[in-house]
Design a protein around this ligand. Structure first.
Ligand SMILES: [Zn+2]
Ligand SMILES: [Zn+2]
Length: 143
């Protein structure tokens, strides 16, 4: 089953060939400033299950404890579609909004709630984390 995420102009696409291995809401300040919205929703996939098409640039930022996070964005419209963090080897993230699919699986974890906007309501049953999950807490599972 293939799903396609794309940037606003359609120039950068991420084609995924397996279901997400996890979906997370993030309230960290970097996500807030990068995206312009108070929270982001990110789907984790095995890196091997995602293929990028189209021109992109990479913005590298410092994550926790000096680990790097690489955001791949469209040079024309600026939308970030795909990210990779050194924290979770073998996994990558695709922004859920870029799939524009209301039936996409719902998030199961909410991280960096210490900077969550006060008005945000979260789905029942979601896991709550004040900060990020520990390095290696997410590992690629067989598809
Ligand atoms: Zn674009
Ligand atoms: Zn974040």
């Amino acid at each position: 089953m293939n799903r396609t995420a794309q940037c606003l102009c359609g120039g950068l696409r991420a084609i995924v060939s397996a279901p997400p291995q996890g979906v997370t809401i993030c309230h960290c300040r970097d996500c807030q400033r990068r995206s312009g919205v108070p929270l982001t929703c990110n789907a984790f996939f095995r890196t091997a299950d995602v293929r990028l098409e189209g021109a992109h640039r990479v913005y590298v930022r410092d994550g926790q404890e000096g680990r790097k996070v690489r955001h791949h964005f469209c040079p024309d419209c600026g939308t970030t579609v795909f990210s990779q963090g050194e924290k979770f080897p073998g996994l990558c993230m695709v922004v859920v909004g870029a799939f524009a699919d209301p039936d996409f699986p719902a998030p199961t974890a909410s991280v960096f709630e210490e900077t969550m906007h006060r008005w945000v309501l979260l789905p029942p049953g979601i896991e709550h984390y004040a900060q990020g999950r520990a390095a290696g807490a997410l590992k690629p599972k067989p598809a």
